[in-house]
Each structure stands twice: as structure tokens, then as C-alpha cells.
Design a protein around this ligand. Structure first.
Ligand code: FES
Length: 112
């Protein structure tokens, strides 16, 4: 897993949802209730831009058809049978880093 710095984000305690790029991926960075989450930015249902969505009760809501995904795990709500990628976050001295595993990292992990 490689860690990537997310530039130009100030953690002020105000909630936000932003589109950011890291490790060749487009991510949905969410800050809510004093926590930061990094999730896939594309809805698996029909490709909606999750960075245009909103948060409710620990879930990220897609603005297109309102499917919802856990902020903690990326798992879709009951009945959806889908998920979005969820990435680990580290915050050091107010700077956000996101951990992204490559395809080969995931393949190696699968065969351990
Ligand atoms: S595109 Fe996201 S719920 Fe349909």
C-alpha cells in the first residue's frame, strides 16, 4: 500500500465533501462529525458523481437515485448489493494522507 498526500485541504472542523485525486484515482473525500473518509467517487449503480451527494446518518447518499453507502466501509445499504471502495486515512500535523493498494498488492494479498 502506498500513502498519498491530499494537497490543499484545510481541516477546520466544518463538514465537506470534495473530489480529490490521489494515486491515479478520483476519490470522494468526506469530512463529517470530526472524521475524514476517503471513498470511491463514482456510484456503482449508474455512475453518479458521489462528490455531489450528501451525508445522512453515517452514509454517503448518491445525488442521482439516492442509493446510500456506509462512510466507514463503503458497503451499500440493504438491498443494493453493491459497494464503493473505501480507503484508509492518516492525518499527521493537519495533513491528510490516503492509503491506496495497487492491483498487484490486492492480488498478492488474495493469495497469502
Ligand atoms: S447513479 Fe447513484 S444511485 Fe443511481
Amino acid at each position: 500500500m502506498n500513502w498519498y498526500l491530499i494537497p490543499d485541504i484545510q481541516l477546520t472542523g466544518k463538514p465537506f465533501i470534495k473530489k480529490v485525486k490521489a494515486g491515479g484515482k478520483t476519490l470522494c473525500l468526506v469530512s463529517v462529525d470530526d472524521k475524514v473518509y476517503a471513498l470511491g467517487a463514482r456510484c456503482p449503480h449508474a455512475g453518479g458523481d458521489l462528490t455531489q451527494g450528501w451525508c445522512e446518518e453515517g452514509k454517503l447518499i448518491c445525488p442521482v437515485h439516492r442509493y446510500s453507502f456506509s462512510l466507514e466501509t463503503g458497503k451499500g445499504s440493504e438491498g443494493q448489493n453493491d459497494y464503493i471502495e473505501s480507503y484508509p486515512i492518516e492525518i499527521k500535523d493537519g495533513i491528510i494522507y490516503v492509503g491506496i493498494s495497487s492491483f498487484w498488492d490486492k492480488l498478492k494479498q488474495a493469495f497469502k
